[in-house]
Ligand binder design. Structure first.
Ligand code: ZN
Ligand code: ZN
Length: 234
């Protein structure tokens, strides 16, 4: 018969101790809302951690990959927007209740971007979102509903604009506070700006370039003549 070596019994003791420690810390981490550490500890403890492809929130089935609106608390007017990257549950060992967490890749809205780029306010649409390199865990219950994020061209082709339809064409680096792929965006008008679907444009019948109404002196949003020729082509 093999006798247990003193080392292995010490290892078992260590494991049991670690498990107990994990059980305690899951409760504490939950109270501290330290989600990232909670996921790390939970995934290291057998039987506490589970991943899912779908989740039901407020009667709506959401899948990994869906875009979602997230409750931003009382201090903010606008909901947060993100993409659902991962759905996880961690069992709280003392009560056996499930803590449901979602890993979210964040989008930024105009209101956030113009804090560091106020000049960009003219060309950024109210429905425009900027994909970030920032991911975070949130409580699943803070998700409000799914939403739609289209490409810029697709968005401009819509007949009707709904408040839960957004578009994305640019990346935003959260650390450097700058756009990631600005070169990929076409500039228009004499003012050389990316197109803003919220504003009115007119096309020159000669050069076929597009101009803001304001930049070519069209007032009250109305142009009654049949043809338009920009100042370069006149
Ligand atoms: Zn212009
Ligand atoms: Zn022209």
């Amino acid at each position: 018969m093999k006798r247990q070596s003193p080392e292995s019994s010490a290892t078992i003791k260590k494991q049991i101790h670690k498990r107990l420690q994990n059980r305690q810390s899951i409760r504490e981490l939950y109270q501290q809302m330290a989600w990232k550490t909670l996921v790390k500890v939970g995934s290291q403890t057998k039987g506490l951690y589970e991943e899912y492809e779908t989740i039901k929130v407020r009667g709506q089935v959401l899948r990994v990959g869906d875009s979602v609106l997230i409750n931003s608390g009382d201090q903010h007017d606008e909901d947060y927007v993100g993409t659902l990257k991962q759905i996880i549950s961690i069992k709280e060992p003392t009560t056996a209740k499930l803590i449901c967490l979602c890993r979210i890749q964040w989008y930024m809205r105009k209101s956030e971007i113009i804090k560091s780029k106020p000049k960009c306010s003219e060309w950024i649409s109210e429905q425009e979102l900027f994909i970030t390199n920032h991911q975070e865990y949130i409580l699943a219950q803070s998700i409000i509903s799914s939403c739609k994020i289209l490409g810029c061209n697709e968005y401009q082709e819509l007949d009707e604009i709904e408040s839960t339809i957004y578009f994305n064409r640019l990346e935003w680096d959260v650390q450097k506070k700058q756009f990631g792929n600005m070169d990929s965006v076409q500039q228009f008008c004499f003012c050389f700006q990316p197109v803003n679907p919220d504003r009115q444009y007119i096309q020159c019948d000669s050069c076929k370039n597009w101009y803001h109404f304001e930049c070519v002196g069209i007032k009250n949003g109305k142009y009654n003549q049949k043809e338009f020729h920009c100042s370069k082509c006149q």
